[in-house]
Design a protein around this ligand. Structure first.
Ligand SMILES: Nc1nc2c(ncn2[C@@H]2O[C@H](COP(=O)(O)OP(=O)(O)OP(=O)(O)O)[C@@H](O)[C@H]2O)c(=O)[nH]1
Ligand SMILES: [Mg+2]
Length: 675
């Protein structure tokens, strides 16, 4: 039954305990028999070698478990900013999220980022305040930050209990009891009476919970006014309705490391987060009519699914992870990839349990599975019925901002490298490869230094290629500031068959890239138009200023002519390329550079120093705020100025300030010249 299914993501800043929590879930739902800790490199969710070595998650991992009769698909995501795309793709296809906060660190900049990502995809969510066992844990402070900094409406459902300063369990404000844990790794929940010393605070927060819920439900309000007991299922239903509409964020707490609170977390996922039938239906465009429709997860519907992740597996080849939005797909059947406009066969279908697979014969609407056997498939592709070809909304990925040059050490590495890079880039949409024909170098661009470091490490360890790696550099881009036109006549008569192509292009500033064909009356035959577009795209790969990729242009093919004998696709591609390059020169080309959002936390005494330093780095201040004697300084800085910042900040503040930085946007560069 679809109502007994949950598709959820675990999202948070780095080290909040996402993987630790997921490991506990696997243990309690009987999928693993021992718990693997991330810091020992034994987690089953962090199964890549680089993850085990570093104790961090770099790639989202999916797993499926069953809790009290409800199936839960869980995606554990990475917290580091460099892997934000992993969060993006997961949130795009999930129905709910558990946002984890560290009881000590509270709402960190990256917590805000993942929160906004969840807002963007309207993902209903609940909050789990983890690490209640840690020194300095402060439950109520984090709740307040969830309210103030995230602008959301937290509703406390559990309270932490400490015995002799040790975190021992939680008070369930719905059941009004005290839960402690016994048995092997906390697998038994003991539900006992609330300790006397906690009775008053428990009552206070129970009443507050009921009052707040009464504001949102008439049936609950009526019982409340008449002083009648309120049945648990009415409380639960009311919370769930609020969660689905994102009007309330239930907050629970625990310590995953100490195995406290996980059962309540699982109960909450089942009780409060929506099933695939309770969320807003997905929207898709019907290819034939261009009309937008809602896709409902009914099994007798036509088939549609979105590919959200590609993993190349040593044994089975490409694994394409899909969320099925409607219909059913059986192993061995044909699908239509409406993004690539290709028919392909789904050989086998598997359900993932971290790195272990279970083969299934079919997958139904609302569920998540991985397909084996698709060849030409990429992240963001829609699969559908050929007779009802649909396009689901794809996934947005941020642009890479940092690049490094790599060189193979030997000729044999040269051959291996291209294949390895192709595999990595098929998995990772934020990783781009540019071959520089002149220098023979390969430029890898990605989201940050850690991202590229990990790719280089995978090349050496997983693919056994020896490479020399250059220093990280900023990935600039180019754009234009005004419109321009150019006429190119590409004519060559050198004996034999000549070449002829004549195009008139217009280029203007735009959002993203757009190619418009305004040719009428067949002055350029239809079959040559894609060749012109491909020539234009080729020209845009290297801008006319410094050879950086050109973005944000609209190119219109206005006019042209052809020759019965001498015209060819090749000639039109070349003409398109020439014309686009000339347009670029005339259209006021400008360099764009990545601007980062910076947040520095520091003791107040260093504020002046830090602000000066930001402005010396061509940065601008955005806001300042005091929080518990800590100054928080937020601003925007060009990435090009930020290499080595951590050392400077450390030495100028005696190591007492910290910072975080993430990509914000590209901006016109006022650098005289970029390297
Ligand atoms: N004291 C304490 N430590 C915890 C708790 N939960 C997790 N940790 C520790 O915090 C560290 C990070 O935990 P992970 O589960 O790897 O964190 P994560 O959120 O998956 O991190 P990334 O995937 O790298 O973003 C590990 O050393 C954990 O053992 C907890 O409840 N209490
Ligand atoms: Mg992790």
């Amino acid at each position: 039954m679809l109502k007994d299914l949950r598709n959820i993501g675990i999202i948070a800043h780095i080290d909040a305990g996402k993987t630790t929590t997921t490991e506990r879930i696997l243990y309690l739902t009987g999928l693993t028999h021992k718990i693997g800790e991330t810091h020992n490199g034994e987690s089953v969710m962090d199964y890549l070698d680089v993850e085990k070595e570093r104790g961090i998650t770099v790639s989202s991992a999916a797993t499926k478990c069953v809790w009290k009769g409800t199936s839960i698909n869980i995606i554990d995501t990475p917290g580091h900013v460099d892997f934000t795309a992993e969060v993006e793709r997961s949130l795009r296809i999930l129905d709910g999220a558990v946002v984890i906060f560290c009881a000590k660190g509270g709402v960190e900049p990256q917590s805000e980022t993942v929160w906004r990502q969840a807002d963007k995809y309207k993902v209903p969510r609940m909050a789990y305040i983890n690490k209640m066992d840690a020194v300095g844990a402060d439950f109520f402070r984090v709740v307040e930050q969830i309210n103030k900094r995230l602008g959301s409406n937290p509703l406390i459902l559990t309270l932490p209990v400490f015995e002799d300063d040790t975190f021992t369990g939680i008070i369930d404000l719905i059941k009004m009891n005290y839960q402690t844990y016994a048995g092997v790794l906390g697998n038994e929940v003991k539900e006992i009476a609330i300790p006397d010393s906690y009775m008053e605070i428990a009552k206070k927060w129970h009443d507050e919970m009921i009052e707040r819920l009464a504001e949102t439900s008439e049936s609950l309000l009526e019982l409340y006014y008449n002083n009648e007991p309120i049945p648990t299922d009415i409380i639960i239903d009311t919370i769930r309705n609020n969660v689905v509409n994102s009007t309330i964020v239930p907050v629970i707490c625990g310590s995953s490391y100490r195995n406290i609170g996980i059962q309540t977390l699982l109960d909450s996922v089942v009780q409060f987060l929506p099933s695939p039938v309770e969320v807003e239906p997905a929207r898709a465009t019907v290819i034939d009519s261009g009309e937008t429709i809602e896709v409902n997860p009914l099994d007798d519907n036509f088939f549609s699914a979105l590919i959200f992740k590609i993993v190349s597996d040593r044994h089975v080849g490409k694994l394409a992870f899909a969320r099925v939005y409607s219909g059913v797909i059986k192993a061995g059947s044909y699908i239509y990839n409406s993004t690539k406009q290709k028919k392909e066969r789904v050989g086998r279908i598997v359900k993932m349990h971290a790195n272990h697979r279970e083969e299934v014969s079919e997958v139904i609407a609302g569920d998540i599975a991985a397909f084996i056997g698709l060849k030409d498939v990429g992240t963001g592709d829609t699969l559908s019925d050929e007779n009802h070809a649909l396009l689901l909304e794809s996934i947005d990925f941020p642009e890479p901002v940092i690049q490094i040059a790599i060189e193979p050490r030997t000729q044999s590495d040269q051959n291996k490298i291209a294949e390895a890079l192709a595999k990595i880039s098929a998995e990772d949409p934020t990783f781009k490869i540019i071959y520089n024909k002149e220098t023979g170098q390969t430029l890898l661009s990605g989201m940050g230094e850690l991202h590229l470091e990990i790719i280089a490490e995978r090349l050496e360890k997983e693919f056994h290629v020896d490479i020399n790696i250059g220093q990280p550099e900023v990935a600039f881009k180019e754009t234009i500031t005004k419109s321009a036109e150019h006429v190119t006549r590409y004519v060559k008569q050198t004996g034999g068959k000549g070449q002829f192509a004549h195009v008139v292009l217009r280029m203007e500033p735009a959002e993203g890239f757009e190619f418009v064909n305004k040719i009428v009356g067949g002055v350029i035959p239809r079959e040559y138009i894609p060749a012109v577009e491909s020539g234009v795209k080729q020209a845009l790969e290297e801008g006319v200023l410094k050879g950086y990729p050109v973005v944000n242009v609209k190119v219109t093919l206005m006019d042209g002519s052809f020759h019965e004998v001498d015209s060819s696709e090749m000639a039109f591609r070349t003409a398109g390329m020439f014309a686009a390059r000339e347009c670029l020169k005339k259209a006021g080309p400008k360099l764009l550079e990545p601007i980062m959002r910076l947040e520095v936390t520091s003791p107040e005494e260093f504020t002046g120093n830090i602000i000066n330093n930001i402005s010396n780095r061509r940065g601008r201040l955005d806001s300042m705020e005091m929080q518990n004697n800590t100054q928080i300084i937020r601003g925007f800085v060009p990435l090009a100025e930020m290499f080595g910042y951590s050392t400077v900040l450390r030495s100028s503040t005696q190591g007492r300030a910290g910072f975080s930085m993430e990509f914000s946007h590209y901006e016109e560069s006022n650098l005289a010249s970029a390297s």
